[in-house]
Design a protein around this ligand. Structure first.
Ligand SMILES: Nc1ncnc2c1ncn2[C@@H]1O[C@H](COP(=O)(O)OP(=O)(O)OP(=O)(O)O)[C@@H](O)[C@H]1O
Ligand SMILES: [Mg+2]
Length: 302
């Protein structure tokens, strides 16, 4: 039994299971589903002054994603072979997330269309996973995705995609004079919009913890229930922002670097996420024997 399996089994034993079978992901290897009571009270949402729906996502220009660069970095791009191993793996990874967001699985999950991608420590593959998931979901014709770089201390989404890095989430949370539509970049991939992290800010933790961030998360869920919103986040054990963000979303993907992240760290992360409605564990960078150049991704659990 691998470290991950042992960790997950232990977490399963310790965690109360939901009675609501519609809330669990079936037919997948995801684990740690089920509902637990959140110690974070539901936010008091004030929608007064909220911008019109059309205006909220009315973007002014198209940002062009550097597909060649992404392909070089092993990302799943629209021109990737649809039968490639990576494509196939991301198809399996996104399916339960989409079912939880929109299908019968969404019953009982608060803000089910908001997904946080996090990990225990830096470098496990959060940004890689968040971008690949966003691209893979947006590649489906009827799906829309908003990818938000919420790793405001060490942002990398804009740089990786080759798009404008500011203004972003920080500027929106910081000021009253910046509209939501000012920070959303529509891209040359139909269905994919991106909000970069924005400028560096010494009080970024407080900004992510602010009432404005809570209202934003609630509005994205209420007003765009047909859109998947993916947040790239800071690592859970390095700072408090990841945990704060986990309290705002319906689903959390915990990325674990295969053969590297110690079990104790995984357990610490799992404990920090106990209050979340859905936590899915993604084992990343599995070295495939068949193809030494390919890093795999696996979903572990039952
Ligand atoms: N499955 C994978 N296959 C190939 N390369 C990968 C994979 N996962 C991650 N990488 C590469 O590993 C490096 C670290 O990944 P990434 O930047 O996504 O980690 P991170 O968790 O976001 O790190 P940080 O905490 O610093 O933000 C990057 O160069 C990324 O392209
Ligand atoms: Mg990152």
């Amino acid at each position: 039994m691998s470290i991950i399996e042992r960790a997950l089994n232990k977490a399963k034993d310790e965690k109360p299971k939901s009675d609501d079978s519609t809330n669990s992901v079936t037919g997948t290897q995801f684990d740690l589903n089920g509902q637990v009571n959140s110690p974070i009270p539901p936010p008091i949402i004030k929608l007064q002054g909220a911008v019109e729906k059309e205006k909220l996502l009315d973007t002014r220009q198209i940002s062009v994603i550097d597909w060649d660069k992404l392909a070089e970095l092993s990302f799943v791009t629209p021109s990737s072979n649809t039968h490639s191993q990576a494509e196939e793996e991301y198809r399996n990874i996104k399916r339960p997330l989409i079912n939880n967001a929109f299908g019968v699985g969404s019953v009982g999950i608060n803000r089910s269309n908001l997904i946080l991608v996090t990990s225990s420590v830096p470098g496990e593959g959060k940004t890689f996973t968040a971008i690949n998931l966003a691209l893979s979901i947006a590649n489906e014709r009827d799906k829309k995705v908003l990818l938000i770089d919420a790793d405001v201390a060490r942002p990398s989404v804009a740089k990786t995609l080759g798009i404008k890095a500011t203004p972003g989430l920080v500027e929106y949370l910081e000021g009253n004079d910046i509209e939501f539509s000012d920070i959303v970049q529509k891209t040359n991939m139909p269905g994919l919009s991106v909000i970069p992290a924005g400028k560096q800010h010494k009080h970024s933790t407080e900004l992510l913890n602010s009432n404005k961030m809570i209202v934003l998360a609630q509005e994205l869920s209420n007003r765009y229930p047909d859109r998947i919103v993916i947040f790239d986040s800071p690592p859970l054990l390095a700072a408090t922002q990841g945990e704060v963000l986990a309290g705002l979303v319906g689903q959390v993907v915990l990325v674990v670097e295969a053969e590297k992240t110690p079990q104790s760290m995984i357990m610490s992360s799992v404990n920090k996420l106990m209050f979340c409605d859905v936590v899915l564990v993604l084992l990343n960078k599995i070295q495939s024997n068949a193809d030494a150049d390919h890093y795999g991704y696996g979903l572990y659990g039952n």
